[in-house]
Design a protein around this ligand. Structure first.
Ligand code: G4P
Length: 539
């Protein structure tokens, strides 16, 4: 593939100014508030409230689903794009509910960096850890934002310690806070040697904080009394001795995280964080792919347009069965009306109505580049994990399917609708809402699997709302699912001996359903030539 010269419209130039990132956090750490404030700081929205309203209504699940329905295709939720300071930011939204879903994992596959938001009073919480592990698995560099400094916080040294011990990540603070809670006065910018004062304002005024002052100027005494000044300077000195200096390379390789402090709610520290994302988060990098059976790398500046589908979302309006596939572009300059071909099916499609997602609206995308996400309306042709390119020859490393943590048997109350149920379940599985397992033997039951309970509720709601199916979820005898693989004869031999516990997934791949993890361990020991996998890459 030819590499275009770096003119303003060239893929090389445009990809270099993309920053595509996601926010990971434990519920209530402040992701929604931070999202909104990043959009404010980036000039994408003018007033606080737009995103916030979503966070509030999301509090109860039924509201959450109602909102999704009202929004039709949940547009602004999936990706928010804004142009700021010469850069194009794509903020990918990960589902905010406490139930962990595969959607989150998949969204992270489309991000080049992640912002880890910690509640300053709570430090690293269970979901932070889980999401962090996914980032590490995919080598996604992490920027840390310690939020809620306007509330009583843990000692910042303890917070850094926790990052280092629980995540095995070197924290490199770029700022150092002066107090917290009622005594929060601002923070030192350790690189610029300035003090950024914090002023508590009761309004949502974005310009409420005074300008930074030099550390060794007299002006600092306007904000800190001598004791506070001595304390923050001592802390800053200690931390610069104790912590390794920030090293971009080490950050990009996933060994180090730059640490920012602030209060998303009070619009403090967010502009600094945004500048940090611009300065340090990586532009899209070459993606691993296979072309004609041979491994290759697709560079963002390559001439050929390519990308992969990381999410498919149905239009929640029952009258419109169309879906939107979210394509993360990996190379080239995409223009509206372009023909792209799916590698697995060989099907070509003209992308005439690609959608790009700006803070509160969606707009037709005239052009897009590596790092951008475009929404492609389609009628179920595109699936999660599909690779699209002009030649149709590129296949990107598949997106993972994860072994579900909850398995349920699903039945429809009206037995005449069993066929209808099958179609509906397949549709939802293709979208990646839940996984579907069809037992190989006998029963006409379907087993559905999910990583979190919420997925079942969304599923029941959608089966009722979109397909008019009244379903029951019953306990399934199975607790664990593993994809099995190996030499054909070994796999067949295993299947023969475990007929009643065998099923196939949506792509007809064999899956062993175990009653417990102990059972999985037991059979795995007895059949050492068969592989039992917790994940399977689709696409
Ligand atoms: P999430 O998306 O991560 O779940 O968190 P969200 O932004 O919804 O924030 C959770 C709660 O924390 C909200 O309060 C929010 O106002 C508060 N919050 C977020 N950032 C800050 C911060 O920097 N400082 C302080 N003091 N609070 C913060 P809530 O009471 O649950 O909701 P609301 O009544 O304020 O809307």
């Amino acid at each position: 593939m030819s590499t275009s010269p770096a003119t303003p419209l060239s893929p090389v130039f445009q990809a270099a100014r993309r920053r595509t990132f996601a926010i990971i956090s434990h519920p209530d750490a402040g992701k929604t508030t931070l999202t909104e404030n990043l959009l404010l700081a980036g000039g994408a929205i003018r007033a606080a409230g737009a995103v916030r309203a979503r966070g509030q209504t999301r509090r109860t699940q039924s509201d959450w689903m109602k909102i999704e329905r009202e929004r039709g295709i949940s547009v602004s939720a999936s990706v928010m794009t804004f142009d700021h300071d010469g850069l194009m930011f794509n903020l990918l939204d990960t589902p905010g509910h406490e139930d962990f879903s595969e959607d989150t994992y998949r969204t992270l596959t489309a991000a080049d960096a992640a912002i880890m938001v910690l509640d300053a009073a709570k430090g690293i919480e269970p979901q932070t850890l889980k999401l962090f592990e996914v980032c590490r698995l995919r080598d996604i560099p992490i920027i840390t934002f310690i939020n809620k400094m306007d509330r009583e916080a843990q000692d910042p040294f303890e917070l850094l310690d926790e990052v280092s011990s629980k995540l095995a990540l070197d924290p490199a603070p770029l700022f150092w806070p002066a107090g917290s809670g009622g005594r929060f006065k601002g923070m030192l910018d350790l690189r610029k040697q300035t003090f950024i004062p914090y002023a508590k304002k009761s309004s949502n005024d974005d310009e409420g904080h005074p300008d930074p002052v030099a550390i060794n100027s007299n002006a600092i005494s306007r904000f800190l009394d001598p004791e506070e000044q001595a304390e923050v300077e001592e802390g800053a000195m200690l931390v610069s001795e104790a912590a390794k200096p920030f090293d971009v390379q080490s950050f990009l390789e996933g060994h180090m995280t730059p640490v920012f402090f602030g209060s998303a709610l009070r619009h403090f520290g967010v502009a600094e964080l945004l500048a940090g994302i611009g300065a340090y988060a990586p532009a899209p990098h070459p993606a691993k792919a296979v072309r004609n059976g041979a491994e290759t790398h697709v560079a963002p500046g390559d001439g050929e347009v390519s990308g992969f589908v990381f999410k498919v979302q149905a239009n929640m309006d029952p009258n419109h069965r169309d879906r939107i596939a979210f394509l993360r572009l990996t190379s080239g300059r995409f223009t509206r009306g372009m023909k792209l071909k799916a590698q697995n099916t060989g099907k070509s499609m003209s992308v005439n109505a690609p959608v790009m997602f700006f803070a509160s609206d969606r707009e037709l995308a005239e052009d897009a580049y590596a790092g951008d996400v475009i929404g492609i309306p389609n009628h179920g042709v595109l699936r999660v994990g599909d690779s699209l390119s002009e030649s149709g020859l590129l296949r990107f490393a598949g997106l993972p399917n994860f072994a579900p943590e909850i398995l349920r048997r699903v039945r429809v109350k009206d037995p005449l609708k069993a066929k209808h149920l099958k179609k509906a379940l397949e549709g939802l599985a293709e979208e990646g809402v839940t996984q579907l397992f069809r037992p190989m033997l006998g029963s006409s039951d379907f087993i559905v699997g999910a990583v979190g309970q919420l997925q079942f509720e969304v599923m029941a709601d959608r089966l009722g709302g979109e397909y008019a199916l009244d379903v029951m979820f019953e306990p399934s005898p199975y607790a664990e699912a593993r994809w099995i693989s190996g030499a054909r004869t070994d796999v067949e031999d295993f299947q023969d001996k475990h007929k009643t516990a065998m099923a196939t997934d949506i792509d007809d791949q064999p899956v062993f359903l175990g009653k417990s993890s102990w059972e999985i361990g037991y059979v795995a020991e007895r059949f050492p030539k068969v592989r039992f996998d917790r994940t399977r890459e689709r696409g």
